[in-house]
Design a protein around this ligand. Sequence first.
Ligand SMILES: C[S@@+](CC[C@H](N)C(=O)[O-])C[C@H]1O[C@@H](n2cnc3c(N)ncnc32)[C@H](O)[C@@H]1O
Length: 300
Amino acid sequence: MLPAPIREAKPSMPRADHDWFRRFFDADYVAALRDEKPRRQSRVEVDFLVRALDLPAGARILDVPCGFGRHAGLLARRGFHVVGVDLSPAMIREARRLWTVGPRLRFRRLDMRRMTFRGEFDAVVNLYTSFGYFTPAQNRAVLRRMARALRPGGRLLVDHRDPAFDATLPRRLWYRVGPRRFVLEDRRFDRRTRVTHSTRLTLTAGQRWVVQRSLRLQEFTLPQWRRMLREAGLRFLRAYSGYDGRSYRGTSTRRLIVLAERPRRRRAVRRRATRRGATPGRQGAAAPPRGAGRRRASAS
Ligand SMILES: C[S@@+](CC[C@H](N)C(=O)[O-])C[C@H]1O[C@@H](n2cnc3c(N)ncnc32)[C@H](O)[C@@H]1O
């Protein structure tokens, strides 16, 4: 009897479900991120942030999501007042273990979709592909919430992937992450929607098991960023292709970092309107005073 033919199994990687981000950033991921982003790398990134955000001494910064606080902690050490927000209990635990929390540095476990900061910060940063995890409406709402956290004249910086680069990546790839990890990735990038579905198998030296994770990420072109920022009430300032501060040129460059500002104009409009005795409309309403703080959490 002939042996049964060996059928080649069609590889079918599982896709991320809609709240993949609740499980993805676990203790294993924390360890991988720590290896991948050593302190010297984070210092280079913080140098760039301080320059791009044009931060005055003692500025108040919101780092959302902050991960284990690699930027928040270093910024606080440079004399800034920083609040770091993250959903992952493992990340927040590690942040509190690594950094001295005090009046200059606080960490809060919070879903970025539920942030209710208002006008409290000179700068908001969203770093290392930490946006585009949700539905289109929720993504836009998160951007609005970040914009709302800024005082007039405050700046937002988002560091994301460049879809022009991701369009050039092969479907299957493997690469090293830090000194001990090797990743096999199945990555599907839809050129029309710019959504990436990725499933990663991570092999760690000295570990007998393999970790599998899936994510779903929405990416944005520069014109899309400009539109979204405008709709969130922000003024686009610049786009960079990396932490070396080079301008983004629209060709594939791995990173697409956008910088925007909350216009001061609205405040001036409101002041003029109030002087004339008019009641300012909602659009003209300025941010409440510093420290007005967190309000009731609401679903987006
Ligand atoms: C790629 S990591 C980047 C972390 C940090 N910005 C950095 O550069 O190290 C993405 C972070 O987003 C956090 N995150 C995912 N979903 C979130 C949510 N809904 N609200 C707040 N944080 C979230 C994760 O826990 C993780 O720390």
